[in-house]
Design a protein around this ligand. Structure first.
Ligand SMILES: Nc1ncnc2c1ncn2[C@@H]1O[C@H](COP(=O)(O)OP(=O)(O)OP(=O)(O)O)[C@@H](O)[C@H]1O
Ligand SMILES: [Mg+2]
Length: 498
């Protein structure tokens, strides 16, 4: 190792101390040197004298980052790397060697090493690499987890959304029922959870039920409980969510879809704080704080006679209106960044950088009308992360097309919220009863998008792979990989280009 002062000129990086780092080398001097060097970053690294010893240690205590020698007796650095990646792929590995050839470097990187360094090392270089990789690990960890409060972070930079949170703050400590109103995908459930978290009953359960997702009988038994044998499938007594809330919050989503008879039953519970389990005689006292949500105008429904007026006034003691995303432009950028960090942490390997939104992509996000609100933005970022195959997100990666905006620059039907979102999103939502789970729906949507997008590029380039890859902003190899995955035959496009 060279004698250059390691951390010279570098600011302290206190959070790197949270990293679990393992140094592996058969030479004790090198281990000592590396550990001292890492200590200048606040990292207390563990050590192992061989690959086998390292694997044994990792069984007990996994590491975020491993700095290992390449040539060691017994298990080599590459073998260790391969074993580690097979067991815990998110582990970041840096390889060090005294005999660096291009061939070994390539071999190491192909096996999943994050970095490859040849001896003698430049201390400042090692420090720089560990700082960078460590910073990425911590950023991913932060993005993947929540903010430590036990709930997902709620982005609210726009003044309108901040007013919503101020209202939530005022309402939360009181026991009054609240009605959260807003178009689909605006964040009603997230706000309901925030309200609960800021309430006096935050330590008690939050019980959520979507009234539109259940038949009336199931909804009744879900909320009020049931006695064993009261209907097919009721194999044991169930207390129901009002009782299970035990003084916490009951969140009733999509209340507009309750039938008139169920509205009557719910009104009774709210007035008397008593539930009668399905198939059971006695009333049971219950205690809860009620938060309801709707994407429909309940007042209009009251006027039309489809929603009980007395129930409406019971539910809507305080009304929290969440503005559609198009009316809170200052939230678009911060939300996009928030989803980007989270989704990149979930979808990309630990050695891949979080892609960056180009100025053009940010402009496209700002210009879009967002008929599907925050959920549509989340989907757009997810799609971009998956298809961009690189470090830069360009507008077409977002797949926004002209949705939400007319070709003349005016908004289309965004205001009514009736415009379909991205095609795959619409198909997943438009087929009621389709038993697709989230993971399957996502896979199907991504695949359909990839197929369409790649085929269009191949059509335009008349089957020329390099040209198609260029227009897609991806490498030829990445495009080839997608073609292989989707079994698309490039040659089939040669005849179509004229
Ligand atoms: N302000 C926000 N900050 C961070 N994430 C958000 C925010 N608003 C919404 N989201 C995310 O967007 C998605 C949709 O939000 P949510 O489910 O709360 O909306 P909703 O209004 O209940 O939708 P729906 O009417 O379709 O039930 C969720 O993944 C949620 O975590
Ligand atoms: Mg919801």
């Amino acid at each position: 190792m060279s004698d250059a002062p390691p951390g010279a000129g570098l600011a302290a990086a206190p959070d790197l101390a949270a990293l679990s780092v393992l140094v592996v080398d058969d030479e004790a001097d090198i281990r000592l040197g590396l550990r001292r060097l890492l200590a200048t970053l606040g990292i207390e690294a563990r050590q192992a004298a061989s690959g086998t010893a390292a694997l044994q240690q990792l069984e007990v205590q996994p590491a975020d980052l491993i700095v290992t020698d390449l040539n060691m007796p017994g298990l080599t650095g590459i073998e260790l790397l391969t074993e580690v990646k097979a067991r815990r792929p998110e582990t970041v590995v840096v390889l060090l060697t005294g005999y660096g050839t291009v061939q070994t470097a390539v071999q190491c990187l192909q096996a999943g090493a994050a970095h490859f360094l040849t001896k003698p090392f430049d201390n400042a270089e090692i420090v720089g690499i560990v700082r960078r990789l460590g910073g990425q690990i911590l950023a991913r960890r932060r993005a993947a987890a929540d903010d430590g409060t036990g709930r997902p972070p709620l982005v609210a930079e726009d003044a309108r959304m901040q007013r919503v949170l101020e209202l939530v703050d005022r309402v939360a400590p009181t026991p009054v029922p609240a009605l959260i109103e807003g178009e689909s995908g605006t964040g009603k459930e997230l706000v309901a959870r925030e309200l609960h978290a800021r309430s006096a009953v935050a330590g008690k359960p939050f019980q959520a039920v979507n009234c539109a997702a259940l038949t009336e009988t199931l909804l009744e038994s879900e909320l009020f409980g049931h006695k064993r044998g009261s209907f097919t499938g009721a194999n044991r007594d169930r207390a129901g969510l009002f009782a299970e809330a035990r003084g916490g919050t009951v969140f009733l989503d999509e209340v507009a879809s309750m039938s008139p008879s169920f509205q009557g039953k719910l009104l009774r519970v709210l007035q008397e704080k008593l539930v009668r389990p399905v198939g059971g005689g006695a009333d049971v006292p219950v205690e809860f704080r009620l938060v309801a949500a709707t994407n429909r105008d309940l007042e209009e429904m009251v006027a039309a006679g489809t929603f009980r007026e007395d129930l409406f006034y019971r539910l809507a003691v305080v009304r929290v209106h969440i503005p559609p995303l198009r009316d809170r432009p200052d939230d678009v950028g911060p939300l996009a960044q928030h989803f980007l960090r989270r989704i990149a942490a979930e979808c990309l390997g630990p050695d891949q950088p979080v892609p960056e939104l180009t100025a053009e992509a940010r402009a496209a996000l700002a210009a879009h009308g967002w008929p599907g609100n925050v959920r549509e933005l989340e989907n757009a970022i997810q799609r971009a992360v998956i298809v961009c195959c690189g470090e830069r997100i360009l507008p077409f990666h977002l797949g926004l097309d002209a949705q939400g905006w007319g070709g003349d620059g005016t908004r289309s039907d965004a205001r009514t919220g009736t415009s379909p979102g991205p095609r795959e999103h619409a198909s997943a939502e438009e087929a009621p009863g389709t038993p697709l789970g989230y993971a399957d729906a996502k896979r199907e949507a991504v695949e359909r998008f990839q197929r369409e997008f790649v085929q269009r590029a191949l059509e335009r380039s008349a089957g020329n792979l390099s040209q198609a890859a260029d227009t897609c902003g991806m490498t030829r190899a990445a495009l080839q990989k997608i073609l292989k995955q989707l079994r698309i035959d490039r040659a089939a496009f040669e005849a179509t280009g004229d």
